[in-house]
Design a protein around this ligand. Structure first.
Ligand code: C2E
Ligand code: MG
Ligand code: MG
Length: 659
């Protein structure tokens, strides 16, 4: 109830937005009012001056000054002041609202006072009281007042007016009375009272309705504006961490790069990655992982206060900041991240890129910063890397590889080199490993290290592996057709092959198309691909073996969870990583470890193969401990098939009898 009454009176609480809305509406209305008043007063001044100078005029200047000019000039001054202030406001100068409101009040009262004065005069002359009514309409209906204020202004002004005229007898009434031989008494007629009451009431009603309309429009606008603000906040904020998102980063960075005044030599794009965050997530779950990301985001905002900081994706963040002190900030932040918790070794890595003059693409800058960041992954205690000339060459090569893999396959730049695997019993070739080479017209011979990782990163590796499968099957067909000897070939598969295509089906189709027997193709899967538990990989390995292919575990012992892999998967051949032979002579533990691995392999019903054999001594040792197969530069480096054949033909290498 209280609220209702407050609403009727217009005394309800108003938000600053609504109060400003009312103020702005009144300022706009004031322009029309003030303009009419100014024009009117100028006209009155001119008219009075003409009257004063007419030959029939008998009144002195003082009379005109006191009775006319004084009022006209007060009104003109008030109107002009109001007009100037309102125009300023509409032009965007919204300062001194209290002064603006005061001017509005003063102007309104002057108008009302003027209306009453002129109309009291007119009433006395028996004329219509139009000035009073017009001023009431102007003040009460053009401007928006709270109902209680409108009521008070109206009632007081009507009261004063009625009080002033109730003691006057209009000239025409007096004349009519004289004509009728009576004396006219002062006082309002019933008709005049009713007319004035009707005008008072309708003006009040109009004012209240105007107030309510303006109030509801103001609230609607406020809601809309609030919604817009919320929407635009959502569109630029990262949902999880609450810091800005990439949409905001890109648009702001673009603007900054576009300004001619930006000193590009002094800014840097930073790309952050939290190394080992995955392990943290796995250990503590997503909830804790998210919590950590939020903390890192806040730390980052604090460290780079005043710079552009956003979450890129997952555990990646980006910053656009001044280059000068950024390395120091990164070190500080990196230390803070390390000390957040002790259980998982988290390392914050940062790549930086300084845009050259004329560069305006933030995405490219971030790509380069990310590239620099990726370069220091797994480099213990190295937190910062600036993208420089050496990295730039690398970056271009990487771009080249990703953009040209299709082209390279189509034009036959991808070649298969074969490296023999020999039996330790007789030294004869019992298998060949197919290893990819990229013979590029621009870069020359590229080893797999230069493109396998990149193709995996950009999820293009399956294209290469399919190409190798095709070539191996074709080489087999040619050899078979020409009656040349050929040994079973092992193919290297990437973990991603199983995700990006149905690689098992592809091998089967190609083998069928070229008539390659199943036992002529073996599949090598590197140990690091299997360290994460993926059901689909277990299924894929099983499917391959069920289809009659032998599956080899490549690079055994290179990772941290080699034994787990043996527990979870079944393999036919265990390829012992070459790192055990690399320190064969210098590390006394290398030999017993190798011996044990070979014995374990036997117990698990697998064939053992050691890679990286470079000396006769190593070979003899492997034979003595019972390792069945060996591969390495001692026998041959990976070579094209023709070269391999030539070596076999010259008796340098020997094929096993069965081949
Ligand atoms: P990997 O499968 O372990 O291949 C063995 C690597 O060791 C080959 O390097 C080979 O040249 C090298 N190697 C062999 N014997 C010796 C030796 O006695 N001493 C030394 N120092 N190195 C030796 P490559 O050809 O550069 O291949 C590197 C890796 O690239 C391969 O390791 C394999 O993981 C990957 N890769 C090669 N070709 C393909 C392919 O077609 N597809 C996929 N997905 N990966 C491939
Ligand atoms: Mg291999
Ligand atoms: Mg290997």
């Amino acid at each position: 109830m209280k609220e209702r009454i407050a609403h009727w009176l217009g005394l309800e609480q108003k938000s600053p937005y609504v109060r400003n809305y009312f103020y702005a509406t009144n300022m706009r209305a004031s322009i029309y009012m003030a303009l009419v008043v100014v024009v009117l007063e100028v006209w009155m001044i001119v008219r009075t001056t003409v009257t004063y100078f007419k030959p029939t005029n008998t009144y002195p200047l003082q009379y005109y000054l006191r009775n006319y000019y004084l009022y006209y000039f007060i009104l003109l001054a008030a109107g002009t002041l109001m007009l100037v202030f309102a125009v300023r406001f509409l032009r965007g100068k919204k300062d001194h609202p209290a002064l603006g409101r005061s001017i509005q009040w003063v102007f309104s009262f002057i108008c009302l006072y003027f209306g009453i004065m002129v109309s009291v005069n007119d009433y006395a002359k028996g004329e219509q009281i139009l000035t009073f009514l017009t001023m009431e309409l102007f003040v009460i209906c053009l401007l928006t007042w709270r109902p209680i204020v409108a009521f008070l202004i109206l009632t007081v002004s009507y009261g004063i007016y009625v009080w002033r005229i109730s003691g006057i007898v209009p000239v025409n009434v007096r004349l009519r009375a004289i004509e009728g031989g009576t004396e006219a008494a002062a006082g309002l007629t019933v008709a005049t009272k009713i007319n004035l009451f009707t005008m008072w009431l309708s003006t009040l009603m109009f004012s209240i309705s105007n107030y309510n309309k303006t109030l509801s429009q103001a609230r609607k606008d406020e809601d809309l504006e609030g919604m817009n603000a919320r929407l635009s906040e959502i569109s630029v904020k990262d949902e999880l961490t609450g810091i800005h998102n990439m949409f905001h980063f890109r648009s702001e960075a673009e603007k900054l790069l576009g300004y001619v005044t930006t000193d590009k030599g002094n800014i840097a794009f930073l790309f952050f990655d939290i190394e080992n965050f995955k392990s943290y997530n796995e250990k503590y779950g997503f909830h804790e992982g998210n919590d950590l990301l939020m903390r890192v985001a806040q730390m980052m905002e604090r460290e780079f206060e005043g710079s552009l900081v956003s979450r890129y994706s997952d555990d990646h963040f980006v910053v656009l900041t001044r280059y000068a002190a950024c390395e120091e900030h990164v070190r500080h932040l990196s230390h803070a991240v390390k000390t957040l918790q002790r259980e998982v070794h988290l390392e914050l890595k940062c790549g930086a890129y300084r845009p050259a003059d004329g560069e305006s693409d933030p995405s490219l800058a971030l790509d380069r910063a990310r590239f620099a960041c990726n370069c220091i992954k797994k480099h213990y205690d190295c937190a910062f890397r600036l993208y420089d000339k050496a990295l730039e060459d690398d970056f271009h090569r990487k771009q080249y590889i990703v953009n040209n893999i299709d082209n390279a396959i189509e034009n036959g730049y991808i070649k298969v080199f074969y490296q023999p695997v020999v039996s330790t019993q007789d030294g004869c070739i019992c298998g060949l490993e197919a290893l990819a080479r990229w013979l590029d017209p621009a870069y020359g011979l590229l080893p797999p290290g230069a493109f396998i990782g990149i193709l995996e990163e950009y999820r293009q590796i399956h294209k290469l592996d399919q190409c190798i499968i095709r070539q191996v099957c074709r080489d087999y067909r040619r050899a078979a057709d020409q009656g040349l000897p050929f040994a079973p070939v092992s193919l290297n598969f990437s973990r991603l092959d199983f995700e990006l295509c149905d690689i098992v089906d592809y091998v089967q189709t190609q083998a069928q198309a070229y008539g390659v027997p199943r036992d002529f193709l073996d599949i090598e899967i590197t140990e690091s691909a299997l360290t994460e538990q993926h059901d689909y990989l277990q299924n894929a390995v099983r499917k391959l073996r069920d289809s009659g292919y032998r599956v080899w575990l490549d690079d055994f012992g290179s990772g941290y969870s080699s034994l787990n892999v043996l527990k979870d998967y079944q393999f036919d051949v265990l390829k012992i990583d070459m790192k055990f032979l690399s320190d064969f002579g210098s590390n006394e533990k290398a030999q017993p470890i190798l011996e044990n691995i070979v014995s374990l392999t036997r117990q698990l019903n697998m064939v053992s193969l050691t890679e990286g054999v470079e000396t006769q001594e190593q070979f003899a040792f492997l034979r003595d401990i019972g390792c069945e197969r060996a591969q390495g530069y001692l026998f041959s480096k990976p070579v094209p098939i023709e070269q391999l054949r030539e070596r076999i033909r010259t008796g340098e290498l020997h094929m096993a009898k069965a081949s």
